[in-house]
Design a protein around this ligand. Sequence first.
Ligand code: ATP
Ligand code: MG
Length: 257
Amino acid sequence: MSFIEIDNVWQEYGHHVVLERLSLNIAEGEFCTLVGASGCGKSTFLRLMLGQERPSRGRILLAGKALPGEPDPGRGVVFQRYSVFPHLNALDNVAIGLELPRAPVLGRLFGAKKRAAREEARQLLEKVGLGHNLDQYPAQLSGGMQQRLAIAQAFIMRPRVLLLDEPFGALDPGIRKDMHALLLTLWQETGLTVFMVTHDLAEGFNLGTRLLVFDKTRNDPQAPNAYGARVTYDIPLNADRQVARARIADIAALQPD
Ligand SMILES: Nc1ncnc2c1ncn2[C@@H]1O[C@H](COP(=O)(O)OP(=O)(O)OP(=O)(O)O)[C@@H](O)[C@H]1O
Ligand SMILES: [Mg+2]
């Protein structure tokens, strides 16, 4: 049984077929990079994985069970821009993920639990290089810093699946490199399964353990919306990195808690 099983999934909006006949098996811990022409359905695919939308046909199984019908903390998400809360400072932006679900009645945590949540958030912010920016609001941070904040916000929930929609698209090349290193470190440490959409083919090849190319195999010029995109190439990459990550996971499993 694969960790994620995508079984003949279609997504249609009225007569517009966006995705068709998608069937994929994804092992836990894979880092899938998704590329394809603009409008071919990559973000739609991520919304299906997030549970924000249900496929028109077919099914998606996560660890053998139907994907929950709505987003849950097990699936973190980072968009190209602005997925952080503008009215919260950096520390609150990250801590709130821990505070809200653990305090469903009062809305916020108090006392020792609140301190523990904030300490965890602070440590993660330090890890992503924002240890000196805890009190700053997103508008006071650069684009790269905001994306690191968004990544910390996603990781604090310890998701099993991380969905990234062009997370570094708005950043300049030097900062992108730093972000790649950060993301790979966090991925290697956590054993997380990643789906990352990118328009940058080199980024797709360099970061992933598997490159998925979305494209239409059928095209009717009279009816451009009649057919959807499929995964036309599914290319294994960076085998050494997969092995390295598996080894790290083995070592981590041997450590006492
Ligand atoms: N809720 C919706 N209702 C109707 N059509 C939609 C809906 N969501 C997406 N679409 C259509 O699905 C197609 C795919 O959109 P999607 O955003 O998934 O593409 P994409 O591959 O992410 O493109 P880009 O690379 O530009 O981000 C588009 O033609 C879009 O108009
Ligand atoms: Mg998109």
